[in-house]
Design a protein around this ligand. Structure first.
Ligand SMILES: Nc1ncnc2c1ncn2[C@@H]1O[C@H](COP(=O)(O)OP(=O)(O)O)[C@@H](O)[C@H]1O
Ligand SMILES: Cc1cn([C@H]2C[C@H](O)[C@@H](COP(=O)(O)OP(=O)(O)O)O2)c(=O)[nH]c1=O
Length: 439
């Protein structure tokens, strides 16, 4: 029974294209399966041509929360339980251009002569959501079969690995909508509602959302969002702007969600990103109220939520990101829009200096920067591709005072707002007023 179910699931997988993130600097290795032997290309030989043991493992479930949590659990187990002789690559099985068709998983290359990887896979395979394949070679060819630790899979058919053309859209971009980025409040709300049994804090977060549903914003004071990677100077600038504009300072996620943040940060992206998305709607409600009284400065908002989510979801290199203009960079229809979004940018070296000045451990931070170099590049690129409203790039490498002046200048031009602090004393006045025209 168990085997039948596994075979059914694997059968569904076999009609897909497989992608293995074999080398993060290049595009994935793509292959399909065929009942007749197929010669491997040189690129595929690198993975399938040696004499290492090869396995792939995919996580399948009708429940999205169960699927996300099982995937995260397996990722963790593979990273701690396998020996150093094993390479683990991100892998997926998908139908090209079909949204939500991706079944995520891992590809394992075991160079050892021990049976450790088989033992680990045996335990993992006990989960009804996990499907394991092994890969065997014969001369030029390599075939995939449903893996069983006791070799009882007589019915299993040999499916030959067949090199496939690169997919136009990187597979990781197919499942982003409503799994990593939420384009309306309800989608994010539903995910947390599905989690209330396993994560009791979800109830409290949903309660806060219900209490603070967005109030409408009429002709109000301007709303200016400051975005950027960690240590680009957002806190420094937003504090200065609060002074100079006599503004209210808000942030996303809002203070009321701070007690839950750590809990949700330890959850897989599906749940963690829903939490951050809801944070924006609470902040939006605060913006709606506060902008009736004064200009509002927001430290991170939707751009951060979407850019970090997309950069985490998209494996490998920057080229794998959704192309500029993709619908994945659209602003959610039901989320209050700011008047201006400014993206602070500094060179990686300057960022490192600022992180250090802030007291972060030098070696830990350097190692992190190195490992996450690709991630940072992807976040920054995603920031720049988000539309309606798009962000304006601000070079944040000069002194805090110069950055403030530059930003004040932009605000004056774009929001028709007079600012006071960095002007000469005699010209200072409380010159900020609400707008009579629509922003
Ligand atoms: N324009 C600037 N020039 C030099 N150092 C800066 C500048 N802006 C901020 N810093 C310093 O860099 C560090 C990070 O700034 P911070 O405002 O906390 O960044 P963020 O809020 O984006 O993480 C702090 O130590 C801060 O004093
Ligand atoms: C607002 C937001 C932040 N983040 C991430 C980005 C940063 O790595 C991290 C920092 O958040 P932040 O609250 O700005 O912390 P700090 O004040 O210490 O800089 O949270 C998201 O992943 N999604 C979001 O929606």
């Amino acid at each position: 029974m168990m085997l039948k179910r596994a075979m059914f699931r694997c059968g569904q997988l076999c009609s897909r294209v497989f992608a293995v993130e074999f080398d993060l600097r290049t595009e994935p290795l793509y292959f399909t399966l065929s009942s007749t032997p197929q010669e491997l290309h040189q690129a595929h030989q690198q993975l399938f041509g040696g004499d290492e043991k090869l396995f792939s493992l995919h996580v399948h479930s009708d429940s999205r929360t169960e699927k996300a949590r099982t995937h995260a659990e397996i990722k963790h187990k593979l990273s701690v339980a396998l020996s150093r002789d094993c390479d683990v690559f991100e892998a997926s099985a998908f139908i090209p251009d079909v949204k939500n068709s991706v079944v995520k998983g891992f590809f394992i290359r075991d160079k050892s002569t021990t049976s450790l990887s088989e033992d680990v896979l045996k335990t993992l395979q006990q989960s009804k959501s996990v499907c394991v394949f092994s890969y065997k070679r014969e001369g030029q060819y390599c075939w995939q079969e449903l893996w069983s630790p006791v070799n009882q899979v007589e019915e299993s058919v040999r499916q030959y690995v067949t090199p496939a053309a690169a997919a136009e859209r990187h597979p990781s971009t197919l499942n982003i909508t409503s799994s990593d980025v939420y384009y309306c409040m309800n989608d994010a709300y539903e995910v947390l509602r599905e989690c209330t049994d396993i994560i009791p804090e979800s109830k409290e977060v949903l309660k806060l959302v219900n209490e603070q549903l967005e109030t409408s914003r009429g002709d109000a004071f301007p709303v200016i969002v400051i975005e950027g990677l960690d240590a680009t100077g957002k806190t420094t600038l937003t504090e200065a702007l609060r002074e100079s504009l006599n503004a209210t300072l808000l942030k996303s996620p809002p203070q009321c969600l701070a007690p839950f943040r750590q809990r949700f940060d330890s959850e897989p992206p599906l749940i963690r990103r829903a939490f951050y998305a809801l944070g924006n709607y609470i902040t939006a409600a605060h913006i709606g109220k506060e902008s009736l009284r004064a200009p509002v400065i927001v430290d991170r908002y939707w751009h951060s939520t979407a850019a970090y989510a997309i950069a985490t979801a998209v494996g490998g290199r920057v080229e794998n990101l959704p192309k500029p203009g993709s619908e994945l960079y659209q602003w959610p229809e039901d989320l209050l829009q700011p008047n201006l979004v400014l993206l602070l940018t500094v060179s990686p070296e300057e960022r490192l200096r600022r992180l250090r000045d802030r007291g972060q451990d030098k070696t830990v931070e350097e190692a992190e920067l190195e490992i996450n170099q690709l991630f940072r590049l992807k976040v920054e690129e995603a920031y720049k591709r988000i539309q309606n409203p798009a962000c304006i790039i601000v070079d944040a490498s000069p002194s805090p005072r110069e950055v403030l002046q530059q930003v004040e200048h932009l605000i004056r031009n774009k929001c028709h707002l007079k600012t006071t602090s960095s002007l000469p004393d005699e010209t200072r006045s409380h010159a900020i007023s609400p707008h009579t025209t629509r922003w």
